[in-house]
Design a protein around this ligand. Structure first.
Ligand code: ADP
Ligand code: MG
Length: 323
């Protein structure tokens, strides 16, 4: 089991940011309204993710670290309408296979919480403890037992910036959740969780990058598009500030980028690449999110429809300003 988990971990866990991604997605699935991410040395030596979600029952803890154990799929029908982000049931087993994990968790219904330690996939401690409602995962010494993989990690600074980017996107995709990010004890991100996307955008990017923001709000059959488009104050030569999410998931898509830029171009704006944060809500039948668990590229059943909807939504937002 331990060896298989180590191999499986290669699929899911590439770097500290992959761990933070899995742990924060679990926190979101657990209904957390506040999530804190702390890392040291780029997350290579230390990652802590704390949430105020539902917690894990004591008797369910060891199971949660078994491969293909998930509490999120109960029937075959569930598979067809997966709302939760994680559903493969292999994140915790993979993380535990290649690092030293400590878990502190408590559900509202219980007076005591539990603390659990698992190292290289083997249980090391399991006891009752006082704890706030919710869950804290501590992950130490990533790849301590797979030195070959450890070698592929970049510098602490680069790894930290991957984690920072991830938390940024999480904050943008969930304005209703308060996110905190600390790097080596320094607070880098702290969003309020008040649900206001514009607040999150300005907190993260500031006015120079986001510019003057125009609201995008369009709904067509099977597709909702909400968010903001801004004309950045500084020109730049890449798509780095075009953010878009599909059903809460950060993605990259040439079709969407092209749709945004074409609409923007039609209004003879100053730069080629606008600032955007767009939330697309689509019927799950129209998109294929299962391309690869860790990949960001997405496949659309109907590319033309998506292109048209996005460019119209963006065009309408820009047009409003003119009127
Ligand atoms: P998956 O998310 O695909 O179900 P994971 O390996 O990521 O699989 O997690 C295994 C299980 O552990 C989850 O199904 C969930 O029941 C539980 N779990 C993990 N993290 C949390 C958390 N932060 N809060 C509550 N439950 C959690
Ligand atoms: Mg998960």
């Amino acid at each position: 089991q331990v060896t298989i988990d180590k191999i499986a971990a290669g699929e899911v866990i590439e770097r500290p940011a992959s761990i933070v991604k899995e742990l924060t997605e679990n926190a979101i699935d657990a209904g957390a309204t506040s999530i804190a991410v702390e890392i040291k040395e780029g997350g290579i030596s230390f990652i802590r993710v704390t949430d105020n979600g539902c917690g894990i029952e004591k008797e369910d803890i060891p199971n949660a670290f078994l491969r293909h154990s998930t509490s999120k799929i109960r029937t075959a029908e569930d598979l067809a309408h997966i709302a939760s982000l994680g559903f493969r049931g292999e994140a915790l087993s993979s993380i535990a296979a290649v690092s030293q994990v400590e878990l502190i968790t408590k559900t509202k219904e219980n007076t005591f919480g539990s603390s659990y330690r698992i190292e290289g996939g083997r249980e090391a401690a399991f006891e009752d403890t006082g704890a706030p409602d919710g869950t804290t995962f501590l992950v130490r010494q990533l790849f301590y037992n797979t030195p070959a993989r450890r070698k592929f990690l970049k510098t602490a600074m680069t790894e930290a910036s991957h984690v920072g980017d991830l938390v940024m996107r999480l904050a943008l995709s969930h304005p209703e959740i308060s996110f905190q990010f600390y790097n080596n004890g320094q607070s880098k991100i702290h969003t309020s969780g008040n649900g206001n996307l514009k607040d999150v955008i300005y907190h993260i990017y500031g006015r120079e990058i986001a510019g003057h923001l125009l609201e995008v709000n369009c709904e067509t059959e099977g597709l909702k598009i909400r968010g903001y488009i801004g004309e950045p104050l500084i020109s730049r030569g890449n798509r780095n500030f075009e953010n878009y999410f599909i059903n809460g998931r950060y993605i990259k898509s040439n079709i969407i980028a092209k749709a945004i830029e074409d609409a923007y171009k039609d209004f003879q704006m100053q730069h080629k690449y606008p600032f955007t944060v767009l939330h697309l809500t689509a019927d799950t039948q129209a998109i294929d999110v299962n391309v690869h668990p860790t990949k960001m590229e997405i496949r659309f059943q109907n590319q033309q429809e998506i292109y048209k909807a996005v460019s119209e939504a963006v065009g309408r937002a820009l047009h409003q300003e003119e009127l």
